[in-house]
Design a protein around this ligand. Structure first.
Ligand code: PLP
Length: 368
């Protein structure tokens, strides 16, 4: 294991990310047809992508011999966010942007704070930069902002917050977030990950972009992977102060976002009808799934995202039984939530398939 020993100790200490099981893999394992499988494991958009994005991709195919030009997407994002283009950083998925900000501010001898049950990429980005992770115990499965404030040490350079959070779906009302920002020292970067913001009901909506002027240490990240339905293309962005954007852009690979992703994202931004339809489908599906979980006497964490996390007596067994019925959801043992499972809101049909499979699994489970 000489090579292994030559690697950086902080890289060896990282536990691998566990992605949702791909449909094709389950089909191979269970001898099922791909069409029989329902995947509600990775918070993807059940409607697929916007038709406008598809047309833009088709049109962009003829230019793939050329290196990408991000001018048009940045212009579209500047119009969409009201931010100057000097405040924008594009990423190969928003995970790329999270990694960029970590590499700008974190390294050995520095620490970053995130909440217990926060998104798995925060420990990944923190540890792969060689920094120390400070994990603050959750409050009712969500962020405990006052404990997170108290956890700041002299070597702390960053705080990660997902709002809504994945995998718990918990939400921080904006007055709490704003008060937190006021309270955090200016030299500590606050990353506010808004991957699921488009799913917020009207009464929870807020606009963190308006806080940037007063708080240049704020980095807001967003993605095209969720409501815009472009998870497979890998495109996301950050809006932050020109100072931080400039630093992030220095270490960004020059062509980190590909032509198809750039074209699709610009077109998707322009398709409000698709976003509205996706939002409504999610709202209705959330009611359907939460209603079903209640009927099955499963406790769940109220969610502001496009997924819901629920508790069962034997998550390993229930998950295995769902897989045998061709339903893929996400076990959360990797998040230290061994009794919990996370299901993405699908179409009405997919939600029905999931609930029926869960009902069968639970009644089987009781008989043992
Ligand atoms: C899904 C998700 C993202 C999006 O990641 P991409 O790299 O843009 O696909 C970011 N943050 C959280 C909390 C998520 O759940």
């Amino acid at each position: 294991m000489a090579l292994h020993d030559q690697s950086l100790a902080y890289v060896r200490a990282i536990s691998p990310y566990q992605p949702g099981k791909p449909i094709t893999q389950l089909a191979r394992e269970m001898g099922l047809a791909v069409e029989q499988i329902v995947k509600l494991a990775s918070n993807e958009n059940p409607l697929g992508m916007s038709p406008k994005a598809r047309l833009a991709i088709e049109a962009a195919l003829s230019d793939l011999a050329r290196y990408p030009d991000d001018f048009d997407l940045k212009a579209a994002l500047a119009a969409h966010t009201g931010a100057d283009r000097s405040c924008l950083v594009l990423g190969n998925g928003s995970n790329d942007v999270l990694d960029l900000v970590a590499r700008v501010f974190l390294g050995p001898g520095r620490s970053a704070i995130f909440a217990q049950y926060a998104f798995a990429v925060y420990p990944l980005a923190t540890l792969s930069a060689g920094a120390k992770a400070i994990v603050v115990p959750a409050k009712e499965y969500g962020h405990d902002l006052s404990a997170m404030r108290s956890a700041i040490r002299s070597d702390t350079r960053m705080i990660w917050i997902a709002n809504p959070n994945n995998p718990t779906g918990t939400f921080l009302p904006h007055p709490e977030l704003k008060a937190f920002l006021e309270d955090v020292p200016d030299e500590v970067v606050v990353v506010l990950d808004e991957a699921y913001n488009d799913y917020l009901p009207p009464e929870q909506r807020y606009d963190a972009l308006t806080w940037l002027k007063e708080h240049p240490n704020l980095v807001i990240t967003r993605t095209f992977s969720k409501i815009y339905g472009l998870a497979g293309l890998r495109i996301g962005y950050a809006v932050t102060s020109p100072t931080i954007a400039d630093l992030m852009n220095r270490i960004r690979q020059p062509f980190n976002c590909n032509n198809l992703a750039l074209a699709a994202a610009a077109a998707a931004l322009d398709d409000e009808e698709f976003v509205t339809r996706s939002y409504a489908l999610n709202r209705d599906g959330m009611a359907q799934i939460c209603g079903g979980l209640t009927q099955l006497a499963c406790r769940y964490i109220p969610s502001s995202g496009n997924f819901v996390t629920f508790q069962v007596a034997n998550a390993v067994d229930v998950n295995a039984q769902l897989l045998r019925q061709g339903v893929i959801i996400r076990p959360l043992a990797g998040y230290s939530l061994p009794d919990w499972l996370r299901v993405t809101i699908g179409t009405a049909n997919e939600n029905h398939r999931f609930l029926a499979a869960l009902e069968a699994a639970l009644s089987n489970d009781e008989r043992k």
